[in-house]
Design a protein around this ligand. Sequence first.
Ligand SMILES: Cc1ncc(COP(=O)(O)O)c(C=O)c1O
Length: 364
Amino acid sequence: MAGPAIFQLGVPAFEGLPEKLFSRARSSNLLKADRLSSLLYPDPRGEFELRREIAGNLSIARNFHCHPEQVFITSGYSAGLGLTLRVLGLDGRKAWMEEPGFRVTRKGLELARLNIVPIPVDADGINVDYGIETAPDAALAVLTPGQQAPLGSTLSLRRRLQLLEWAASTDAWVIEDDYLGELQLAGRPAPAMASLDEGKRVIHIGSFSKTVSPALRLGFVVAPPELANAFAEVAATLAPAPSPVIQIATAQFMHEGHYIRRVRRLKRIYSSQRDALAEQLRMRNAEWVNAGLAVLLRLPDGAPDVRIVREAMTAGIAPSPLSAWFANPSWTVRGLLLGVATAPEQHLVKSCHRLFEIIDRHCR
Ligand SMILES: Cc1ncc(COP(=O)(O)O)c(C=O)c1O
């Protein structure tokens, strides 16, 4: 099986897949007939064991205390977003979205017929003042407050409180895309924004794509208590939880402490890969900053980041062009996002050499 390309974003370290642990969990007791027969037509909200493990982990790792009854298991963030948009039913209304921001979210909002209002992002996260000034009547804000995708900034406490106050006073909803959860390389992760939400306007969406594997297609939504019945109804009819077998294997994986150990191990691997990459960039006098699980390499004005990536891909190197994360052409900034999870140290020197050759050729 082919692994990810060097610097590819959005996938965990290839060597780190917990295949053995999963096959052990699966063979140990999941496939026993008595176990599966009790699962005929499983709970569409998801297996209770997994919902309980997730609620437990959120309270420790994200300082967010919720009840398993509020947790809904989904096929990753994407399906969680779909479920949430279906429940909220905000067709035709405005939605704030980070600029630059995650393409899947943009497409999801468009498909749900929301009118997207791009809101700029800076070192303190999404610019809430700008949102309130530009679209105070929006019905929804979707954001990545923990580590902004793709720039990596954490939404400041002042802006978190300001956003929640706006949402409470206008009855707007906030979707917190917590795709990296506690997987943060520098410093202690800020608590989930939902932990501050006394007005109960925040719908928190998590994913196992980065912390375990995107191949699981597993994520979850934590709904405010007053929306739990509406979520249950939509889950039962249009968006039931994925395979119970995978859910129970994941619940066991968490219960036995493998999940916490895996996140710790990934942090160690990624930090050392990031440091080695930083060293290569320093040696080349490149201009760069940390950006979550990536490093943002700045390019000279007007550099064709998309063309550079297209050429790099033919050499098995796949950074993400920053310009592709923007919707508003006049705000677009160019650069290359180099994923650190997929930058194993043994390939770094050669990959950086090749990448800089390509950049030099395009920026001459
Ligand atoms: C901003 C953002 N949200 C969510 C996800 C995870 O999505 P999913 O759980 O559907 O794999 C990603 C993955 O790349 C992401 O970049």
